[in-house]
Design a binder for this molecule. Structure first.
Ligand code: 6V0
Length: 314
């Protein structure tokens, strides 16, 4: 029996602990299980978070084992290494795929029936690997994808135009990484076409501005890592939003990473395309309209991901 008031976080480093904090603050769950390869780390985080419960909603937070997660509605995977200086992306992929190989079979063995949310990087590759390793229906295995990148775009565009970022509607799609793209053709400010809105605001050079905004979004993680060593608050808040869609059965539209097969002529890959998300996972991947350049860039993004999948194939 799935308990949608219960979640687990596997990997309690920067991202896992910030995510745990954000989910405690959300009040979405009544039980949270923390797991880490270093049990002391999970236990320390559980103690620290539990001490804040008099200021939050009642819940149980504890360091557990895989036996404790079988009935969770949501399992979030944040275990995995960050890229180290001198390490290639491919080496990191191999390291994190092998970490997944130690996690997913444990979950599968317990007959887990909830949603698996992969956050560790490279998130699209690891979402695909988690789906393959689990054998779960594709709709139940998702990645955080470009939900964070889309939030970064909304924030930067909102700042640029002097409007609340929640009034900005635009997507970053494709790989969560260097080949991602902004879908400007359908971007709007509360229903007002972006180009029209820029003109209303007297933004004459908006096309060049939009490109540098996109570059800023794409390179945000590098900038933050250079300044503070890791990124974790933004992604933790993005995970909370994804969790809301699942736990509250919201049918929300988010650019999560999911299995793409037959969309835009792309097959057998995980990447971010906006999708309707509810308790059962991905209800529908939405082939939103793209112009010719966006379609070309999305196809190139899929090809970049496919190359990594080919490189790591056994
Ligand atoms: P971190 O602080 O090194 O934490 C990783 C944690 O994973 C450590 O506590 C490890 O002990 C633990 N761990 C390692 N192997 C296992 C295992 N087999 N089982 C359980 N726990 C294990 O890294 P950080 O938290 O900064 O990053 C974690 C991952 O998130 C990395 O892959 C990042 O690249 C990725 N991020 C993904 C983002 C996204 O938007 N999807 C954003 C930021 C970071």
């Amino acid at each position: 029996m799935i308990d949608f008031q219960k979640c687990a976080i596997i990997g309690c480093g920067f991202v896992g602990s910030a995510t745990a904090f954000s989910l405690v603050e959300s009040g979405l769950f009544s039980e949270m299980v923390l797991l880490d390869a270093n049990p002391d780390k999970a236990e320390g985080e559980a103690m620290d978070l539990s001490h804040g419960l008099p200021f939050a909603q009642p819940m149980r937070i504890y360091a557990g084992t895989y036996d404790d997660i079988a009935d969770c509605g949501l399992v979030v995977i944040t275990a995995g290494a960050n890229q180290k200086p001198g390490e290639t992306r491919l080496q990191l992929v191999k390291k994190n795929v092998s970490i997944l190989k130690s996690i997913i079979p444990q979950i599968k063995q317990r007959g887990y029936e909830g949603i698996l949310l992969v956050v560790s990087n490279p998130v699209d590759i690891l979402t695909y690997a988690a789906w393959k390793l689990s054998g779960f229906p594709a709709k139940r295995v998702i990645g955080s994808g470009t939900v964070l990148d889309t939030a970064r775009l909304k924030y930067l565009l909102g700042e640029h135009l002097g409007v609340d970022s929640r009034s900005v509607h635009a997507f970053i799609i494709g790989e969560h990484g260097d080949s991602e793209l902004a879908v400007w053709s359908s971007a709007n400010i509360s229903g007002v076409d972006l180009a029209d809105f820029c003109e209303l605001k007297g933004e004459s050079s908006y096309r060049e501005d939009l490109h540098s905004l996109y570059e800023n979004v794409r390179d945000s993680a590098y900038q933050i890592i250079e300044k503070k060593g890791a990124t974790y608050y933004g992604i933790a808040m993005a995970v909370r939003r994804i969790a809301e869609c699942i736990v509250r059965d919201e049918h929300g539209v988010l650019p999560i990473s999911s299995f793409i097969n037959g969309h835009y002529g792309l097959n057998d890959i995980c990447m971010s395309i906006p999708a309707i998300l509810d308790r059962d996972g991905v209800e529908q991947v939405l082939d939103i309209p793209l112009n010719a350049e966006e379609l070309k860039n999305l196809t190139a993004s899929a090809a970049a991901l496919q190359k990594v999948l080919d490189d790591i194939a056994p």
